[in-house]
Design a protein around this ligand. Structure first.
Ligand code: ADP
Length: 442
């Protein structure tokens, strides 16, 4: 439970995020120190109190540290005192509770990402605000009471009301604006790469009818998609059926819509990338519109064409541990360690476990990104242009690996350019003797 919190201190990128949250929180707190005091010297009206809740739902544990230290920095501008220690602790909880509880409120959870637009999401958001505010107000109120600075019944209700009011009024518009953007930038904690590793992994997958044994693993019917800013449809009337345990190569020139198709397969479209969507995408009979991206992430692993954006950790080992921690919460520590070893061996990176991904070569980073997608062993693997940075030997290794995966039941879809480069790539696919299909799409 605390692993994610400590991870922030080991992961430079999360640490920078925590520092930024602290800076923004403090910057928004300080002007109001001279604003409207509720209890002078202890608590003032704080519109900034929406920030820890919003940051927590977007960025996870970095928000807990950011809220704690942001509040302390704010205290330096007028309210620093012995009670600041409890201010630090209370604000830590205020940034910690929201991401820990979202999706974990049993029947009261919406099963959807924290964008408070539908009534169930608004209800869940309101409950989260109340619980986080209780934790914060209770801690600070109790601490200052013990130190005989202010009675609990005076301070705790003032903090509680302040927090609930500000997070409920200002949080929803902030989240509605920020959530889709942060998701698009691939910076979400829970539901990440792009929903990178982002996943409210604990939210239940909606019940679905069991597909018949011979039913296609993927079925696309009359798929149209036009990006919000797109002049033309990126996909126009695509229909495709892919059987389980096969390899499909989708070939097309630049701009043909290959990446767009990949985003449709794991639900990034229509959930996060805005535009006009029509048609149906079914994965094992489940409509991608009916489940969240994080739920899809467990059945469809996607390697982005921009694979660098997929790497989030500061060493090779942790990169895979992060993915497995998010997508396979039931795996024991030992099982995770074994899975990391196996997967790194498969991509030939076993000797680089302690390396910072930034110190690896381009090809090694691409192999690491492939390993990270592969580690949770998704039944469907979608690889968007997976060989751009690989030398011929590594391509051979990848195709042999794909062969092994397909033979053991994984369904693989990969895209490639319809250029001269693709010819040997497709030739290699032929050589593997896989039950492969090439669908040229433009
Ligand atoms: P490919 O992967 O085959 O190169 P893409 O799926 O990336 O093609 O792009 C298909 C079309 O959609 C292109 O015309 C591209 O310019 C457009 N497109 C891609 N992403 C966006 C976006 N975020 N906004 C607007 N148009 C986009």
């Amino acid at each position: 439970m605390t692993a994610g919190l400590l991870e922030v201190w080991r992961d430079t990128r999360q640490l920078v995020l925590a520092a930024q949250i602290a800076a923004i929180y403090a910057a928004a707190l300080i002007p109001f120190k001279v604003g409207i005091p509720i209890i002078p010297g202890f608590v003032e009206l704080r519109p900034a109190n929406a920030i820890p809740v919003v940051a927590s739902l977007l960025f996870g544990p970095a928000a807990a540290w950011g809220a704690a230290f942001g509040n302390l920095i704010g205290d330096l501008f007028g309210t620093l005192g012995p009670g600041s220690l409890f201010g630090l602790l209370g604000n830590f909880l205020y940034g910690y509770v929201p991401y820990r509880l979202w999706g974990r409120l049993g029947p009261l959870s919406s099963g959807r990402p924290p964008e408070p637009s539908a009534p169930r999401q608004i209800l869940e958001y309101a409950l989260i605000c109340i619980l986080a505010s209780l934790a914060c107000a209770g801690t600070i109120g109790w601490g200052l009471d013990v130190m005989r600075l202010l009675p609990f019944q005076v301070l705790a209700p003032a903090i509680f009301l302040n927090n609930v009011l500000m997070s409920s009024l200002l949080g929803p518009p902030l989240l509605l604006f920020l959530y889709p953007r942060v998701a698009r930038w691939g910076l979400l904690y829970a539901d990440g790469p792009h929903d990178r590793k982002a996943t409210w992994a604990h939210s239940p997958v909606p019940a679905q009818a069991q597909p018949a044994p011979d039913a296609p693993r993927m079925l696309i019917r009359d798929l149209h998609f036009t990006y919000r800013n797109g002049a033309h449809p990126a996909l126009h009337g695509l229909s495709l059926s892919v059987k389980a345990g096969t390899l499909s190569a989708v070939l097309g020139g630049s701009g043909a819509g290959k990446s767009t198709l990949c985003y449709c397969l794991n639900g990034l479209i229509p959930h996060y990338l805005p535009g006009e969507f029509s048609g149906t995408v079914l994965i094992d009979g489940r409509d991608t519109r009916q489940a969240t991206v994080s739920q899809h992430a467990r059945s469809v692993g996607l390697l982005f064409q921009d694979f660098e954006a997929q790497l989030v950790s500061t060493n090779v080992d942790r990169e895979l541990a992060f993915t497995l921690g998010n997508l396979c919460p039931d795996l024991s520590r030992e099982a995770i360690a074994a899975r990391i070893t196996d997967t790194l061996r498969l991509v030939g990176l076993d000797g680089h476990r302690a390396r910072d991904p930034l110190s690896l070569s381009g090809g090694e980073r691409q192999r690491l990104a492939i390993a990270s997608v592969l580690a949770p062993r998704p039944p469907v693997l979608v690889l968007d242009d997976p060989t751009t940075d690989l030398d011929p030997a590594c391509r051979g290794l990848l195709y042999a690996l794909l062969r092994h995966l397909v033979e053991t039941g994984t369904t693989v879809v990969l895209t490639d350019h319809e250029t001269e480069d693709a010819v040997p790539a497709v030739g290699l696919l032929r050589e593997t003797g896989l039950p492969w299909r090439a669908a040229a799409y433009s």
